[in-house]
Design a protein around this ligand. Structure first.
Ligand code: S3P
Length: 439
């Protein structure tokens, strides 16, 4: 097994221009909808990370011809809603919750059986949140006794649309049900407790499938529409840009321009939270790219202060909390997060794993059941364990410029799931970071 360790040293000052890789959520959906469409879909800016490649391979395994990726260009030869074929074996979703949960919705509507599996982290993550509502629609899915993967999804079931109130704010569950809804008799209607990322909705519309949005929290679709191949320009991922927003905000002298970042309002919680803390972030050259809002973000160092994070911003920044905890550790005063229990069931328990890492660096960080309290202060050097969580690894790398000594970050191989080339890009803008690989 390959292990990757990051060695991040103090002294670097992030400066210059940077283009982060493509958006992970949008890249997954582009492969999925492109495969189910009639005709050809051309994707530019596709994220060539392991998570999205797992989705791409799964559709290839179901008979879809997909050319690329070649420098971000992928061409999907859609087979139509009913053109997928039974895969020869289990579909391995690796570390990717998005692949597994969204594909569960698509596979529930197929004529064939399929098995979805994944790595040690993914097979521990809760899947009842999708298998339960899918069963209400008429799907037959076997899971482990704990409700985890592998999931065996039985084909040939008659699905019926439901009116479902999500118990948690989750774009993955919403998207899963909308995708199953493409195959369900009548109308599938989903109500969220709070708005979450709406890339599935935007992209369905981009492929010409009619949707009904009723306010910010309700969406419905009816079987019988068609998806037509299209072109998709994937913006860069604000969740990847977030590491640099934090790294530049906390480092005196920093001045970065992050180019072509997706600023869909269901994703910009990280900007809102950092601005409440006093960050200097400017959105420039706002435009639309393939139905998604995009901007260039200029971020300069600014003294940050601790805040009570508004719960309304939590679903809009759900992947950015590891990075935000580093900002909190460098801020003056206390930062309090509540209403974020979802962080405990991400690629790792991000509340506990981040609290442990911050504590190892001398920061006072107290986990609570649904959040954390972080007292800003001085970071020392030390060793932290990312527990295989890509976002934890990159967050601690960004803390190094403000640390009193080098930070060693263990178990970083999964950075490739969402941000291939992270270390090179970080070095290019002035961070002092090395990667050590042992096999
Ligand atoms: C995602 C939704 C979020 C997010 C994940 C990607 C998506 O998960 O954490 O990284 O692409 O729909 P939840 O919807 O489960 O919160």
């Amino acid at each position: 097994m390959t292990t990757v360790t990051f060695l991040a040293a103090p002294g670097g000052v992030p400066r210059g221009r940077i283009r982060a890789p493509g958006d992970k959520s949008i890249s997954h959906r582009a492969i999925m909808l492109g495969s189910l469409a009639e005709g050809v879909t051309t994707i530019d800016g596709f994220l060539e990370g392991e998570d999205c490649l797992a989705t791409l391979r799964a559709f290839r395994a179901m008979g879809v011809r997909i050319d690329g990726p070649d420098r971000g260009r992928v061409t999907v030869h859609g087979v139509g809603l009913h053109g997928l074929r039974a895969p020869a074996g289990p579909l391995d979703m690796g570390n990717s919750g998005t692949s597994m949960r969204l594909m569960a919705g698509i596979l529930a509507g197929q004529a064939f059986d399929a098995v979805l599996t994944g790595d040690a982290s993914l097979t521990q993550r809760p899947m009842r949140r999708v298998t339960k509502p899918l069963a209400l629609m008429g799907a037959r899915i076997d899971s482990t006794e704990q409700g985890t993967a592998p999931l065996r999804i039985h084909g040939g079931q008659r699905l019926v649309g439901i009116d479902y109130r999500l118990p948690m704010a989750s774009a993955q569950v919403k998207s899963c049900l909308l995708l199953a809804g493409l195959y369900a008799e009548g109308t599938t209607r989903v109500t969220e407790p709070a708005p979450t990322r709406d890339h599935t909705e935007r992209m369905l519309e981009g492929f010409g499938y009619p949707l009904r949005r009723e306010g910010a929290r309700v969406v419905a679709l009816t079987r019988g529409g068609r998806l037509t191949g299209t072109t998709i320009d994937v913006p860069t991922d604000i969740s990847s840009a977030a590491f640099f927003l934090v790294g530049a905000s906390i480092t005196p002298g920093a001045d970065l321009l992050l180019e072509h970042v997706g600023v869909n309002p269901t994703r910009t919680g990280v900007i809102g939270i950092l601005q409440l803390m006093g960050a200097d972030i400017e959105l420039r050259n706002r435009r639309l790219a393939g139905g998604e809002p995009v901007a260039d973000l200029r971020v300069r160092h600014a003294p940050l202060r601790g805040i009570r994070i508004p719960e309304t911003l939590v679903p809009l920044a759900i992947d950015e909390f590891p990075a935000l905890f580093i900002a909190a550790a460098c801020a003056e005063g206390e930062t309090v997060l509540t209403g974020a229990e979802e962080l405990r069931v991400k690629e790792s328990d991000r509340i506990q794993v981040m609290a442990d890492g911050l504590t190892a660096l001398g920061v006072v960080a107290e986990p609570t059941p649904d959040g954390i309290v972080i007292r800003g202060g001085v970071l020392s050097g030390g060793t932290v364990d990312s527990h295989g969580d890509h976002r934890v690894a990159m967050s601690f790398a960004m803390a190094a410029p403000r640390a009193g000594g080098p930070i060693t970050i263990r178990d970083c191989a999964n950075v490739n799931t969402s941000f291939p080339g992270f270390v090179t890009l970080a070095r290019n803008v002035g961070l002092t970071i090395q990667e050590r690989t042992t096999t």
